[in-house]
Design a protein around this ligand. Structure first.
Ligand SMILES: NC(=O)NC(NC(N)=O)C(=O)[O-]
Ligand SMILES: [Zn+2]
Ligand SMILES: [Zn+2]
Length: 508
């Protein structure tokens, strides 16, 4: 027995010192880097708060690099060239993404989350889960479809309460400009002081009774307040014109709907707006204000008016949406009201010109205009384009849809990050986001542009009503692998972080 003890003693001594060494080293590291402690973080699927990610394709403002990004406490603290390299802070966790693309998270500035009041349509929980699954790290919520609409500081408070602990990505809010508050500056100032990023108005009926349309007179009033706050006005730019109605095959054909909202409606609205934006030039009476044209569909006369206004120095910008770039009116099947939106999807010639404008930089940014409803209001059975709710559901697929249809037109990864991240951040005034740069929030999407998938019933769709999405049934390229919001890994391989730790973004 004694002999046995003497034999195993050296081995036991070695084992004990081995354990003690690693225990001490770990507690030393934990003292130096408290974030190394492997405590559970419900906000993230990754337990580290200080780590590196490395990839052969990182999209930065200086171009695509093979390199590494250091993330600490939610921010990007260094970006270095060299795949697999780590700077001076050794010993941190390194996540190796190989040749997957590391890009700034998408910022979708046009999303209807419909809460409070119409949670059955969409909601903070479902909508932001869909965003996270699609690599969208920030959404800006529209002031309508929720009930009551966001048109005062009190109604913004209801939004913030509804969003509490329910958002998986960061969320900003647009306030509504309606006749009532346009003529009552104190309501408008209260709303802006409470933190909306800007205002949104409609120049035609919105389809929502507590969100009435504004005339150019109301818009001028709104702009004079916005100039003081240096925040933008977002405009649904269509004005109803007299229609010569001819029968185009009944309410189940898309052509019938198309003829009820011709390009002249967009042109009429934009003509009135550019009459006002001349005052936003430097030194003008509305300097500081900015007009942003929502969801441009007409790539002819309407776009020309915007281009001219820009070249004269007006503070004006324009977005279009993936559905105007992916689809053309000729291919929309009879009765398929999933494709109904306003302004409508126009013909293939218009779509080609729209792509050209996007690639030449005349369209500033992209947004989804994700605007779902209840399936029964979409009238999928009846297929009546005139009576069905207008709005496309797409939030989760912003990235693969833009990429799948865009690459044939020469769209690059750099275009994507400008159109979906940098420009939207600048427009919404959220400068700490939108690019992979030192000091910015670590809002990042990791994805594989080359991977193709069928968007069918087996695909994990997080939208509240997947059946409403016009993209169901399509084959797309571009698979989102992982999404980080302020350094939290909020989505990975079909799974979300346990807790919703997105933050409301309020303007100061
Ligand atoms: N009330 C809405 O959500 N309207 C939206 N509907 C669309 N685009 O068809 C919009 O943004 O205009
Ligand atoms: Zn609109
Ligand atoms: Zn909208």
């Amino acid at each position: 027995m004694e002999r046995f003890v003497w034999r195993v003693l050296p081995f036991l001594t070695f084992l004990v010192s081995f354990i003690v060494f690693f225990y001490l080293q770990d507690s030393y590291r934990a003292q130096l880097h408290p974030q190394v402690k492997l405590t559970e973080n419900k906000c993230s699927l990754l337990h580290h708060r200080h780590f590196w990610i490395t990839s052969k394709r990182i999209v930065t403002p200086q171009g695509i690099i093979s390199g590494s990004v250091e993330i600490k406490e939610g921010n990007i603290i260094s970006v270095i060239e060299g795949y697999g390299k780590q700077g001076n802070s050794k010993h941190e966790e390194v996540i190796d993404y190989g040749d997957a693309v590391v890009m700034p998270g998408l910022i979708d500035v046009h999303v209807h989350l419909d809460e409070p009041g119409r949670t059955a349509w969409e909601g903070f929980d479902t909508g932001t889960r869909a965003a996270a699954a699609g690599g969208v790290t920030t959404v800006v919520d529209m002031p309508l479809n929720n009930h009551p609409t966001t048109v005062s500081k009190e109604t913004l408070k209801l939004k913030l309460e509804a969003a509490e602990n329910r958002i998986y990505v960061d969320v900003g809010f647009w306030g509504g400009l309606i006749p009532e508050n346009a003529l009552n500056t104190s309501i408008l100032e209260g709303l802006l002081s409470a933190g909306v990023l800007g205002l949104k108005s409609f120049m035609c009926p919105s389809g929502i009774s507590d969100f009435p349309m504004t005339t150019i007179h109301h818009i001028k009033e709104g702009l004079s307040v916005l100039a003081k706050y240096r925040r933008p006005l977002y405009v649904h730019s269509e004005i109803q014109q007299h229609l010569e109605l001819t029968d185009k095959g009944g309410p189940r054909t898309y052509l019938t709907y198309l003829h009820t909202r011709p390009p002249s409606w967009e042109e009429a609205a934009i003509k009135e707006l550019v009459g006002v934006t001349k005052d936003t030039r430097i030194g003008g009476p509305l300097e500081g204000a900015h007009v942003h044209i929502a969801h441009l569909s007409d790539s002819s006369a309407s776009l020309d008016l915007i281009k001219e206004a820009k070249s004269r120095g007006d503070s004006i910008s324009v977005e279009t949406c993936p559905h105007y770039l992916a689809f053309s009116s000729e291919e929309i099947p009879n009765g398929d009201t999933r494709f109904k939106c306003s302004p409508p999807i126009r013909d293939a010639y218009n779509k080609g010109k729209l792509w050209k404008a996007v690639l030449e930089g005349h369209i500033d940014l992209l947004s989804s205009d994700h605007s779902p409803t209840l399936p029964q209001l979409k009238l999928l059975e009846e297929g009546d384009f005139l009576k069905a709710w207008g709005g496309i559901s797409s939030l989760q697929f912003d990235l693969p849809v833009t990429w799948s249809y865009g690459k044939k037109h020469g769209l690059t990864l750099e275009h994507l990050s400008l159109l979906w991240s940098k420009k939207p951040a600048t427009f919404a005034g959220i400068e700490s986001k939108g690019s992979i740069a030192v000091g910015n929030h670590a809002d990042i999407v990791v994805w594989k542009p080359e991977v193709e998938f069928e968007l069918n019933e087996h695909y994990p769709v997080f939208l509240k009503h997947p059946s409403l999405s016009a993209y169901m049934g399509r084959r797309l390229s571009g698979e989102v692998l992982e999404t980080f919001v302020r350094g939290n890994l909020v989505f990975k391989k079909g799974k979300h972080a346990p807790a919703a730790c997105g933050v409301p973004i309020l303007a100061k």
